[in-house]
Design a protein around this ligand. Structure first.
Ligand code: GDP
Ligand code: GDP
Length: 455
């Protein structure tokens, strides 16, 4: 399409960039203190600092967007917490397990100065079992004299050790080149590849909201489909459950059923698990406890699902416990605390009594439909044209920025690119998003709008 004042290449490039599908996921795993967070910091540049100065500080953020040699991907950092009551091997393994599960490729970091330990060997066994591509990072090789230490790591049987100094940047470029060679362009579970296959649901929410109760309820009343369906679960961690006459894949149900009680790092562990489940899913069913106030942790989980660009359903559980007063305050709270997902379909359920379980599937289907909506370019521009003439952008510095043309570059979730004659203010962008939702629905889905401004 030709847009006044833009080169055709710019237009095509912008549409392609905005329309990118889901990004592949790289997990960085290894023992504590080998330099995982330092390495992740290097990969994502200075945009977000992930290394905490104080030990034991829990971080809730575990996935980051990174770019190397023009390719974008997500990085899952498992450097968030130290050994806990499970003992070092078990805790490192538990973290690594979740991260590897969600990943399309893995960077395994070993401290070359220390050499391979038993814990490292335990991770190697996990990596073998998972069968994902692995790049071995021999870290803390700060100078040429450390190269010999790195070469000992051939013994791990994971191929070439890449000598790196995460701290100083030495060798990180070569290692990232090796990563890009094994990292697929799109996630393995790429959306839409399994046409007609089961849709993937992540059931997420903070501890004690009722995830395992809900899962038991749906799995108990309906048939749990075992692994015999053609091409379905290779993973024992996911469960196929029939609901509303269709089969759905509930991802990472092992994480819900495994009730590990950790002291230190429990929040971080829960975040990692949530992030892994969200990465693997198409739709996130976010469970909240209707009997309790909406917490910061609830909001973080919502943000995680929104940022990952998943379809979203909000399910308020424990509805059986609510009295009229609580119901009144809950509505007010939802308005003030969950404004960022005001577009998500909502169901009020009880895993205990089975109340409104039948409403879950229609809500999920609504959200998935919104997530996959494609607006034809002609219709979009007719709509934008009317919108812009009825509500023009405010005049700034004697000029009036205009939207010249718009197109939907992608779906899952819907992504739009607007071409404008001048800078479009945030308020006006939000206004456009609101009106797009009013016009085209997009129930249950985040939408992305990027604006290109004529030079
Ligand atoms: P994590 O627990 O694996 O995430 O490890 P961190 O990234 O927090 O690093 C642990 C410690 O090792 C920190 O003090 C880092 O500064 C240090 N470190 C990380 N990478 C390097 C490196 O390449 N060389 C040296 N000398 N120290 C490093
Ligand atoms: P999870 O940590 O999110 O998996 O939560 P659980 O399923 O273990 O539930 C936590 C607690 O909430 C348990 O004591 C459940 O019996 C209780 N619970 C779960 N769903 C309901 C519900 O719908 N109503 C009531 N009253 N209690 C519930």
């Amino acid at each position: 399409a030709a847009v006044e004042g833009f080169d055709i290449e710019d237009v095509e490039g912008a549409i392609e960039a905005a329309g990118h599908g889901p990004l592949p996921v790289l997990a960085v795993v290894g023992r504590p203190n080998v330099g995982k967070s330092t390495l992740v910091n290097r990969m994502i540049g200075r945009r977000e600092a992930v290394v905490e100065d104080r030990p034991g500080v829990t971080r809730d953020r575990v996935t980051y967007e990174a770019e190397w040699a023009g390719r974008r991907f997500k990085v899952v950092d498992t450097g968030g917490w130290e050994q806990d009551v499970l003992g070092i091997d078990a805790s490192v393994a538990a973290q690594a397990e979740y991260a590897i599960e969600a990943a399309d490729a893995v960077v395994f970091v070993v401290d070359a100065k220390v050499g391979a330990t038993d814990t490292d060997e335990a991770v190697v066994r996990l990596l073998r079992k998972a069968g994902k591509p692995v790049v071995l990072c021999a870290n803390k090789v700060d100078g040429p004299s450390g190269e010999a230490d790195a070469s000992y790591l051939w013994n791990l049987g994971l191929g070439e050790p890449h000598p790196v100094s995460a701290l100083h940047g030495r060798g990180t470029g070569d290692m990232l080149d090796a990563v890009l060679e094994v990292l697929p362009d799109a996630p393995e579970q790429s959306f839409g590849t399994a046409v007609g296959g089961p849709r993937r649901i992540a059931l997420i929410g903070r501890p004690n909201v009722g995830k395992s109760s809900l899962l038991n309820k749906v799995a108990g009343e309906e048939r749990v489909v075992v692994n015999e369906l053609a091409g379905t679960t290779r993973d024992p961690v996911d469960e196929m459950i029939e609901l509303g006459g269709k089969t759905w894949k509930f991802v990472d149900t092992a994480g819900i059923r495994k009730r590990v009680h950790l002291q230190q790092g429990a929040d971080y562990y829960a975040s990692l698990r949530t992030a892994a489940a969200v990465e693997k899913a198409e739709v996130a069913v976010i469970l909240l406890d209707a009997s309790e106030n909406i917490s910061v942790q609830d909001q973080r989980i919502v943000t995680m699902a929104v940022e990952a660009g998943r379809a979203i359903v909000l399910a308020f559980n424990k509805w059986d416990t609510l009295d009229e007063e609580r119901r009144y305050y809950l509505e007010r709270e939802i308005e003030t605390e969950l404004g960022q997902v005001a577009w998500a379909p909502r169901v009020n359920v009880s895993a205990r009594t089975g109340r409104h379980m039948e409403k879950l599937v229609p809500a999920i289907e609504t959200a998935l439909a919104g997530w996959e909506t494609r607006v034809p370019t002609g219709r979009l521009n007719a709509f934008l044209g009317e919108l812009v003439s009825a509500h023009p952008h405010p005049i700034r510095g004697g000029k009036q920025p205009r939207i010249l043309f718009g197109t939907q570059a992608g779906t899952k979730p819907p992504r739009f690119v607007l071409f404008a004659s001048g800078f479009i203010e945030a308020g006006y962008r939000r206004f456009i998003e609101r009106r797009l939702r009013e016009e085209f629905g997009f129930e249950g889905t985040p939408i992305h709008i990027s604006v290109r401004v004529r030079e």
